[in-house]
Design a protein around this ligand. Structure first.
Ligand code: AMP
Length: 597
């Protein structure tokens, strides 16, 4: 089987997808063979395989690893050593993932041809949509999409290798900028505006274009639901300015980026008071329930990732769309590799399964016993326990392991998936969770240990004032936009006898909030201080005995009293209701945490 058959060059992408998924096993073998041919000479693989390209040697000798094992190689390349220590091709950029390691972002190696693989996956989305949707929705190709797309700040390593997010890399690449224009990839926002590094200016201009073209917009979306909702909340705050720009035909002087200003000129060529009146009438209504259908009356669906932690945004999206606009999840991807597509995009977000594309990378799976019992980072995964892509079993849970062309070998991505079925011979997976993550609002991923370390740092402030943090737990609050982390704290005074305690005032608790934030990882602090996609952290003080009552509740619901541990995150339900009913005060971070690019 050649690459043509694997879907790279075919004209009819859906037909190619049929061939690819029918031949999933051969496609995977071909991918692994090619990776070994290209990369067998690297220092990394040589260490385990002595220069062999033999697949069975790979399977028996190359260990399953986490980021900590790869990190030293990446650090060496970042510092100027040749890519060949890890990869047979030149590593042209390091992709900053939202996963972190010891508080620092993980950097994933990437080679030029990776862009072709990403482009291939993107090229499937609209044909799949059309294939599904045309049966139900007509005329998708007759309008435009208001997709809110953003780039993030990038840096260079000491050796001059760009460090950027995978989406920034894609939007800046010729694959995106010189894309073939067809009926289905007309966006309202010009590329110059998408590439504007000031995210609020970019958001303002993208919304402006979408409003000017409101009658032509057939699709709304962003990559992640959090970014889409943040843009709608931004619109809620700034619609008066946007309406005024449209009314007078002039862009607000708050937009200082000259490329944006130039790109927007044609959208505001003439004053348009009628359109301004229409938008003003809609936006000034008391409730924004159903606002999306009112502002964009012809919209057919909203596209964004709504699975995994993004599922928490479904209720808000349903509010803004009044439950009348289908919510569509199309793809599953990461900085390490793009993975798969949803072949039934019109299904409900809770039923989404992703079909893994066997030409993206070489995929293996760690079976999770007892359903979902997770394997710790430092646990050794025996090579012979790994299951290959075509051999996974329906209903079972697995952790995803990937081997890429660009230098990751048997790398644990950190995602837990459940097999829901097969499309031809390619398995389909439901995204279950990210290993260890308990809190996530945007691209941040905070695990129990990160949270514990940050709380430990902050509670010193209390201890210095003779207060003790008795218990804590957390949740994300996405009823605010942007959402934010909430900590429930039960505090006790340790002052004895006649020694008076310093009263626990708002200032002390606010300094605890910022101390927790300062100790959270790089991605969290970037989302807070730069992207503004997470709001200030909140501490809710609860009255004495609240955590005992929580334990009583959870034990009454079946937790073992002997093994009871306070959950460090509570997502919803009666437990959260109980804690909220015991809140005696609420305090927020008074400033942004420190963050540098
Ligand atoms: P990053 O490396 O920062 O791009 O993050 C990639 C991670 O985001 C994946 O490993 C998943 O944990 C999560 N992710 C990406 N796409 C989806 C999706 N469609 N549904 C759920 N989680 C996703």
């Amino acid at each position: 089987m050649d690459e043509h058959k694997l879907g790279y060059k075919g004209n009819d992408v859906l037909q190619d997808l049929e061939i690819l998924t029918m031949n999933a096993k051969a496609a995977q073998e071909l991918i692994l063979r090619k990776i070994l041919e290209k990369n067998h000479g690297t220092e990394y693989l040589n260490k385990f395989m002595n220069g062999s390209t033999d697949i069975s040697a790979f399977k028996s000798q190359v260990p399953v690893v986490t980021y900590d094992v790869v990190q030293p190689y990446i650090a060496r390349i970042a510092a100027g050593e040749p890519s060949s220590i890890l990869c047979g091709e030149q590593i042209v950029e390091l992709l900053r993932s939202s996963g972190t390691s010891r508080g620092e972002p993980r950097l994933m190696p990437s080679i030029s041809e990776d862009l072709y693989r990403r482009t291939y996956l993107y090229s499937l989305i609209m044909p799949i949509m059309n294939n599904q949707i045309c049966r139900y929705i007509r005329g998708l190709g007759e309008g435009k999409a208001m997709y809110l797309l953003f780039v993030k700040a990038e840096t260079l390593t000491n050796a001059g290798i760009p460090v950027r997010s995978v989406l920034t890399s894609y939007y800046k690449s010729p694959h995106f900028l010189h894309r073939k224009h067809d009926l289905y990839n007309k966006y309202t926002g010009p590329d110059e505006v998408i590439l504007c590094p000031e995210s609020e200016q970019s958001m303002y201009c993208q919304l402006l274009c979408g409003l000017v073209e409101r009658q032509h917009v057939l699709r709304l979306g962003a990559v992640f639901a959090s970014a889409f909702l943040r843009s709608i909340s931004f619109l809620e705050q700034h619609w008066c300015d946007l309406v005024s720009d449209i009314r007078i035909g002039q862009l607000s002087s708050n937009i200082t980026n000259s490329t944006c200003r130039l790109a927007i000129q044609s959208f505001l060529a003439l004053p348009n008071p009628e359109l301004a009146d229409e938008i003003e009438a809609i936006c000034s209504s008391e409730s924004w329930k159903g606002i999306l259908g009112k502002l964009w009356p012809n919209v057919k669906y909203i596209e964004a990732v709504l699975t995994g932690t993004m599922a928490q945004y479904i209720p808000m999206l349903e509010f803004y769309s009044d439950g009348k606009i289908p919510l569509v999840c199309t793809m599953y991807a990461s900085s390490e590799s793009y993975f798969g597509v949803n072949l039934r995009p019109l299904c409900s977000p809770k039923d989404v399964s992703y079909t893994i594309l066997p030409n993206m990378a070489y995929f293996e799976f760690i079976p999770l016993e007892d359903g979902r019992k997770l394997i710790e980072d430092d646990e050794v995964v025996e090579n012979d326990t790994l299951v290959s892509l075509v051999d996974v079993k329906v209903g079972c849970y697995y952790e995803l392991v990937v081997t890429t062309f660009s230098g990751l070998y048997r790398y644990r991505v950190g995602d837990v998936l459940q097999v829901t079925g097969f499309y031809n011979r390619a398995p389909q997976f439901k995204f279950i969770c990210r290993r260890n993550v308990i809190l996530s609002v945007d691209s941040d991923k905070t695990n129990e240990e990160d949270l514990h370390n940050s709380v430990t740092r902050a509670k010193e402030i209390l201890e210095n004032r003779n207060y003790l943090l008795l218990e804590y737990t957390s949740c994300t609050d996405t009823s605010t936009v942007p959402g934010h982390y909430v900590l429930f704290w039960e505090i006790k005074s340790t002052c004895e006898g006649a020694t008076p305690c310093v009263p626990l005032d708002a200032q002390i608790l606010e300094s605890c909030c910022i101390a927790v934030e300062e100790a959270l990882d790089y991605v969290y602090r970037r989302c807070r201080a730069h992207d503004r996609s997470i709001g200030p952290l909140e501490i809710r003080l609860v009255e004495a005995g609240a955590f005992d009552d929580l334990m009583d509740l959870l034990v009454s619901q079946g937790s073992s009293i002997n093994q009871y541990k306070t959950p460090r995150c509570i997502e919803s339900g009666p437990a959260l209701k109980l804690l909220n009913s015991r809140v005696t005060g609420s305090f927020f971070s008074p400033r942004d945490p420190e963050w540098t690019v």
